[in-house]
Write a protein that binds this ligand. Structure first.
Ligand SMILES: O=C(O)CCC(=O)C(=O)O
Length: 246
């Protein structure tokens, strides 16, 4: 990873609720991750519990891998790497604790959209010192379902939610923001780049109608000082029951 000015990064993150880091992983590291994910889906996933993945509507293409940290020591070690932890620690003013490793595969042609949501409606943490490092394994283009972030939306707390009915993203925002798409930040990334977003930042993505997949690897961290908020947790549990797994 290139050297990073963490005070500028923190300033941008606190103002906007997200930042982009170019060349977060090298081409060789990306190739390693891709090979490991391919192997994991082929060899390990068939023997894992059902909550390890969500499939697309075709029933056979992976939409998301969940709980990778429980099942894959190699990717777990990558998420815990010292240079990555240093960046996260600078953004969350505390000791980072790895909470999850996931993928949003957005496969070619059948990759589904992700409704407007805030991650803390799923994570249910207070204070909301939790964030996601979203690493582009494939390039993210305007056509293949980039993630759009609503600037500054992390400052307004967790908004009212409603069950979305979308498998893999069961909790949506009750009333999507009025900010037009053209004024939202579209995270166009080269392979190896990463965005980092705060758990209250509103974001969403469209389906992928292209011939190219848009695979993202996500590392989720919380500060060691955060706790479960019981009110948020009750709303989340109801949504999961409606469209499992969340
Ligand atoms: O990858 C996507 O399309 C959505 C990602 C997302 O919702 C998240 O990072 O929380």
């Amino acid at each position: 990873m290139n050297s990073i000015n963490t005070s500028k990064l923190l300033n941008d993150y606190e103002r906007d609720g997200f930042v982009v880091i170019r060349q977060f992983l090298s081409a060789a590291e990306v190739a390693d991750v891709r090979a490991e994910l391919d192997r994991y889906v082929r060899d390990d996933l068939p023997g894992l519990p059902v909550d390890a993945a969500t499939m697309e509507a075709d029933g056979k293409t992976v939409r998301n891998l969940w709980r990778i940290e429980l099942h894959n020591p190699k990717l777990h070690a990558l998420a815990e790497r010292e240079d990555i932890r240093r960046i996260i620690a600078a953004l969350m003013h505390g000791e980072p604790v790895l909470a999850a490793i996931e993928t949003f595969n957005k496969p070619a042609r059948v990759g589904s959209g992700v409704p407007y949501h805030q991650d803390n409606a799923y994570f249910c943490q207070t204070p909301p010192d939790m964030l996601t490092v979203w690493i582009a394994i494939d390039a993210v283009t305007p056509e293949n379902g980039p993630v759009y972030f609503v600037k500054g939306s992390h400052l307004g707390g967790v908004l009212p939610t409603k069950p979305s009915g979308v498998r893999g993203n069961s909790v949506g925002i009750a009333k999507p923001p009025s900010v037009p798409l053209a004024e939202q930040f579209c995270a166009l990334l080269e392979s190896g780049d990463a965005s980092i977003h705060h758990c209250n930042t509103i974001h969403h993505s469209a389906p992928n109608p292209t011939e190219h997949s848009r695979l993202g690897l996500l590392f989720v961290f919380r500060g060691s000082h955060t706790q479960i908020d019981p009110t948020l947790k009750a709303v989340y549990a109801a949504a999961v029951a409606a469209t499992p797994p969340a």
